[in-house]
Design a protein around this ligand. Structure first.
Ligand SMILES: [Zn+2]
Length: 231
């Protein structure tokens, strides 16, 4: 387990590969729709993907759907692709995959790794390396974060992405930033997701939205619907 996973939260059963593969295909279908001219598409991915690296799983993630979508766009000729990750947790896998790449920008808002999973990644001084120096940006936020500071950080992330000039945006959307999420400690309300999504949509980039986390099962559908309605 330790050879292939960076934690012990990600079981592998007989059904796991089929689910992970179909999940990746869902993200690719959304990407294909946007490459074909749709302004945006939402990939209802389960399980999430942003903790998975090139050759390891972890954090309930097997294949990194945001990274797969971004690379697909690059392969189709989009010169610069940005990923905005607004799940509660840092997307360490996505950051790792593109850390030394200058053609894919990774911006993440998340709980401070000093207090929260995945603990060893997502500090503000992680900014990429080599060709990718400056194309990774992190905004760690404290417990109890509400809409106003979250939105302000997202505006900064969108400004950084705008300076990069992407031809396509991938949004890693997690609803585990919600007030009542059982494993998280931010305080976003259901209606807040519409506000955040509208800010992203206003940037007017072709956008692929992939589903990441969200563990308050009864509220999850409402939170996702709020985000999509705002977008
Ligand atoms: Zn999460």
């Amino acid at each position: 387990m330790g050879r292939y996973s960076f934690d012990a939260t990600t079981p592998i059963t007989a059904e796991s590969w089929g689910a992970a593969y179909a999940n990746a295909q869902t993200a690719l279908s959304a990407t294909q729709a946007v490459l074909g001219g749709d302004p945006a598409a939402f990939a209802l991915c389960r399980p999430p993907g942003h903790h998975a690296g090139r050759d390891y799983c972890g954090g309930y993630c097997y294949l990194n759907v945001a990274a797969i979508a971004a690379q697909r766009a690059r392969d189709a000729g989009v010169e610069r692709v940005a990923i905005l990750d607004i799940d509660y947790h840092h997307g360490n896998g996505t950051q790792d995959i593109f850390y030394e790449r200058g053609d894919i920008f990774y911006a993440s808002l998340h709980a401070d790794p000093a207090t929260d999973y995945p603990f060893y990644w997502g500090h503000a001084d992680e900014v990429g390396a080599g060709q990718g120096r400056g194309t990774t940006r992190n905004w760690p936020l404290p417990h109890g974060t509400k809409l106003e500071p979250f939105r302000a950080a997202q505006v900064q992330a969108l400004e950084a992405i705008a300076a990069f000039g992407p031809g396509l945006l991938v949004v890693s959307f997690g609803a585990d930033t919600w007030d009542g999420d059982p494993i998280s400690n931010f305080a976003l309300k259901t209606g807040d997701y519409a506000v955040l999504a509208a800010d992203i949509a206003a940037c007017d980039w072709p956008t692929v939205i992939v589903m990441e986390g969200g563990y308050a099962i009864d509220a999850l559908g409402h939170n996702v619907a709020s985000f999509l309605s705002g977008f």
